[in-house]
Design a protein around this ligand. Structure first.
Ligand SMILES: Nc1ncnc2c1ncn2[C@@H]1O[C@H](COP(=O)(O)OP(=O)(O)OP(=O)(O)O)[C@@H](O)[C@H]1O
Ligand SMILES: [Mg+2]
Length: 307
């Protein structure tokens, strides 16, 4: 196993559709569909589509946790569920078929105890043949101290694993304080991280270079949605525009981008190709409806177009 993904705040995403969303009336939704959700989990699902097995570690509690485990096993993912007392959260997504608008209701993740956090760290520490790359992705549940992020990173680094981070806010700040291999903020997340209201192409470069110079991250990939992404490391700055695609839903684009970059890193690809693979996977996911991830054939079509 070459990659480990860690998801501290996973979810089961329940989606449905209804014809016309109006108040006060009983809304008759179609049969719900249940899908696994959460940053690291999606990265593992996307890696699987690229033909790469990863170990997906996530917290799992109650009935929703069990449902999440079974959904992932159905997709033949290698899972390491970490049992916690509190119920795993469920999110709700509904499409109004009259307007084709998507409404996404997110619920807070439940905190887990200090003792559970300690056992979680011990569990990670005990993983045999520790994977080359560890991806920590997604938010932390409310009430969990960001110190946990630092502890997770430290353990992975002690195992000589390259740590890839995709999170935001205080968790991202904590991660860069610890120092990691790669971060993939979108431009808004990078602005918050560097204490700016917003960033331009020019100030983005200054912000990214500063993070590299002070040891926060070796590689900073700033994603900009339809405008593509720029990769910075200590001696390169590479911009890759995104391809023009028919966008159906951008859900999962960021996670897919991370998976694409991880797969290229595991192949010892050049930084240019790491970025291209990230863009190809991210943009291919925007071509899929709803919460769906990319079709692998679309990834390779886009890659060809980009090169
Ligand atoms: N509208 C779009 N058209 C084409 N490609 C897109 C579009 N939106 C996103 N992408 C692709 O996905 C990548 C990541 O998107 P984005 O910068 O929006 O990440 P993000 O904000 O982290 O997303 P997420 O909300 O999934 O976390 C982009 O670099 C691009 O390749
Ligand atoms: Mg993101």
């Amino acid at each position: 196993m070459k990659a480990l993904t860690i998801t501290i705040n996973p979810s089961v995403d329940k989606s449905s559709s209804v014809s016309g969303i109006v108040p006060e009336k009983k809304l008759r939704c179609d049969n719900p569909k249940y899908e696994p959700g959460g940053g690291g989990i999606n990265v593992s699902r996307a890696l699987k589509k690229l033909g790469l097995d990863s170990l997906s570690l996530f917290t799992s509690g109650g009935r929703t946790g069990k449902l999440l485990e079974s959904l992932l096993l159905e997709e033949s993912l290698q899972i390491l569920p970490f049992s916690v007392k509190n119920e795993t959260r469920e999110n709700f997504i509904v499409v109004d078929t009259l307007t084709n608008q998507q409404f996404r209701f997110g619920f807070p993740g439940q905190p887990f105890s200090k003792n559970e956090q300690k056992i979680l760290l011990d569990t990670i520490n005990a993983i045999k043949d520790f994977p080359e790359i560890a991806v920590i992705s997604g938010s932390l549940p409310d009430g969990v101290n960001v110190e946990l992020m630092k502890d997770l990173i430290q353990i992975c680094k002690n195992k000589n694993s390259k740590v890839v981070i995709d999170t935001s806010g205080e968790a991202l700040t904590a991660a860069v304080e610890e120092g990691v291999y790669l971060i993939k903020p979108n431009i808004g997340e990078l602005a918050v991280l560097t204490g700016k209201n917003e960033l331009t192409v020019h100030t983005m470069e200054t912000a990214a270079k500063q993070l590299i110079n002070n040891g926060s991250a070796e590689i900073v990939v700033v994603s900009m949605g339809a405008s593509g992404a720029t990769l910075f490391n200590n001696n390169e700055k590479i911009y890759q525009p995104a391809p023009l695609v028919k966008v159906r839903s951008t859900v999962g684009a960021g996670d897919s981008m991370v998976a694409g970059m991880v797969s290229a890193l595991l192949n010892n690809s050049s930084m240019k190709n790491v970025l291209r693979m990230g863009i190809a996977c991210g943009s291919a996911t925007t071509m899929a409806e709803g919460t769906g991830l990319f079709k692998t054939e679309n990834v390779y079509k886009i890659l060809k177009e980009l090169s």
